[in-house]
Design a protein around this ligand. Sequence first.
Ligand code: NAG
Length: 186
Amino acid sequence: MVFLMRCLISLGLLTTGFVSAAPVSDSNKQTTTTCAPVHLFVARGTSESPGDGSIGSLADLVLHANPGATQEAIDYPALPFPVYITDVGIGIKAVTDQFARYTSSCPDSTLVLIGYSQGAQIMLDALCGSGSILKGGIGIPTISEAQGKNIAAVVGYGDPGHTAGESWNQGTANTNGSGPITDRGL
Ligand SMILES: *[C@@H]1O[C@H](CO)[C@@H](O)[C@H](O)[C@H]1NC(C)=O
């Protein structure tokens, strides 16, 4: 599987998470009003049903490995072409708003972002900036460095904005995504 990591940081938190595949109970998956030690934002891929989507299997491993951790799914339409670009804009706003809401309530929680496909793109656009309005973004990060100070890991699989050869890429993919975004970087 392709494993991508753009403009980031550390996988220290995640490396503990891969040994167990035991399911996480539903009660651990609710958004909580109390502040968790570790909180996950999970963004599903294009055309997946609302919720965590297929990347939820990775989120479950991280939740299971971090007792008390909580998660929230990014609430966006995840629509395909021909409205994909518009939908990316909606998704970036959803990531930005949900991230701002959680970090203002819980400034000390450790944060993890996990996205697949369009979900990877909107998270990385919010954090790192996106190419331009032609690609659905506004070109600059919409999550500030101060808001992101407690991010421990960001994982994006199957990002359509993937550009081959970037220093933050992980794994074996050596081709571009469908719409490579080259001017990212923190
Ligand atoms: C990926 O896309 C970038 C930007 O369009 C381009 O410069 C680069 O040559 C492409 N790389 C591959 C391997 O297609």
